[in-house]
Design a binder for this molecule. Structure first.
Ligand SMILES: *Cc1c(COP(=O)(O)O)cnc(C)c1O
Length: 424
């Protein structure tokens, strides 16, 4: 056995979360999945839950299903997610997509903060977050402006730089807790304190941290948050997103979309909108029941495994991958595009190389006797390796590193086109 394999076997043998990988479908030796930060794998229990909803609820109960659990599904699931993101049971609800939720929350914050005209985000943020703010500012009026805090190295944000951008005229700061390219992760408490000292509100995008990095929304007095549930939360493609509003703010905030599901009593069909009490006012229309039913078992699995245990394994795994890459890949022209300190990064690691795109193509392409490795590519030169501690093993990380070594040494990437697919 090769030394690296010996090492990964040993680490896998003492993994306290080992059993969870068998609770996921498609554990196929010919494919090693390293993209759970973009789309999580389906738990077996989810496949059963969706079938159950179709056959035993939709098919047999039809419209009666609305009174048998569908109507409240978004709130019930919000309660299930709440402890995973450090929120109270009445502070989280599932609805719409992350993009739409960011809009609803950012709009409501700007109305509450009337008179202040600056919004701050950072250069590492996901494009949809920035577009949403640009569109919001366009509709609010030309006195409003967006300030994008720069990153000095493209990997981290210096909190001193952030502090300088948040002035007394700042209404809102929208940041990704964990950055989608580098995995840089903010200290939530420090940022929340910094933002509040200036009288601004903080809106977190938790898409890349929920379910894998402990989040403490209540303890840090964070105001607002939203995030995806199809990444580490394993809710499936297009799964509904969640949103969080701190309890004491809920009655003061107003959604920009006055839909009937956000009304205090949708089924009185009144002609006057009256926002529901609490977090429900942020709903808009009919909830996606099939997608919500896929989420329940997935969230329960994360609660059972425990967010602290998941974080501990994930930190060991990112550490192992980075130190192995430093030994084997830096001499071949790669650099590490993620923070070197474990507490400053989420659960993916970016490995940078000028030929990153073609290296990814070579990794994904099946070859006789070699598994297909599925990471993803992020502009301009990142091979992004997502580690989902529920199902990824140390062996996966050892194998992908060795595969990249071979691709580089034999220049296998040269057999692939530089033309990019629609979704990378
Ligand atoms: C994946 C991701 C999104 C995606 O938003 P959708 O509305 O679900 O398409 C938004 N923000 C961040 C930080 C993400 O990582």
């Amino acid at each position: 056995m090769k030394p690296l394999q010996k090492q990964t076997r040993k680490l896998d043998r003492v993994d306290p979360l080992w059993k969870y990988r068998y609770l996921f479908s498609f554990d196929d030796k010919s494919m090693i999945y390293l993209d759970g930060n973009s789309l999580g794998k389906p738990p077996n229990s989810t496949v059963r839950a969706v079938r159950q909803t179709v056959e035993h609820q939709w098919e047999s109960r039809l419209i009666r299903g609305w009174n048998e659990g569908w109507y409240d599904a978004g709130s019930v699931l919000g309660e299930t997610l709440a402890p995973i993101i450090g929120a109270g049971p009445n502070e989280v609800i599932f609805s719409d997509s992350t993009s739409v939720n960011l809009y609803k929350l950012a709009y409501s914050a700007m109305k509450l903060q009337r008179g202040k005209t600056r919004i701050v985000t950072d250069a590492l943020n996901f494009p949809t977050d920035i577009y949403i703010l640009q569109g919001l500012i366009k509709s609010l009026g030309e006195q409003y402006s967006l300030y994008i805090c720069p990153s000095r190295d493209g990997i981290e944000i210096d909190l001193n730089d952030l502090e300088r951008t948040v002035d007394d005229n700042t209404a809102l700061v929208l940041l990704s807790h964990t950055a989608f390219t580098s995995a840089f992760t903010y200290d939530m408490q420090e940022v929340s304190d910094l933002v509040h000292r200036k009288g601004a509100m903080i809106l977190w995008d938790l898409s890349h941290s929920a379910g894998v990095v402990p989040v403490e929304l209540s303890r840090t007095k964070s105001d607002l948050a939203a995030g995806c549930s199809y990444k580490y939360l394993n809710g499936g493609p297009g799964a509904p997103a969640f949103l969080y509003v701190r309890e004491d703010l809920q009655q003061q905030l107003e959604s920009p979309i006055w839909g009937w599901f956000g009304d205090s009593s949708p089924f009185t069909f009144s002609r006057e909108y009256q926002p529901a009490d609490g977090i429900r006012r942020f709903l808009a229309g009919t909830p996606p029941v099939l997608s919500l039913s896929a989420l329940q078992p997935a969230l329960e699995m994360i609660r059972e495994a425990g967010i602290e245990a998941l974080r501990e394994k994930s930190m060991k795994q990112t550490e192992f991958l980075i130190s192995t890459a430093e030994k084997l890949l830096l001499p071949l022209g790669c650099t590490i595009g993620s923070p070197r300190e474990a507490h400053k990064r989420g659960s993916h690691v970016s490995i940078r190389h000028p030929e990153a795109y073609r290296i990814c193509r070579a990794l994904i392409e099946p070859k006789p006797g070699i598994p297909a490795f599925i990471p993803d590519f992020r502009e301009p030169d990142n091979i992004r390796i997502g580690i989902a501690p529920l199902y990824n093993t140390f062996d996966h990380l050892g194998q992908v590193t060795e595969r990249i070594v071979k691709i580089l040494k034999r220049q296998e990437y040269k057999n692939h086109s530089t033309l990019k697919d629609g979704v990378t």
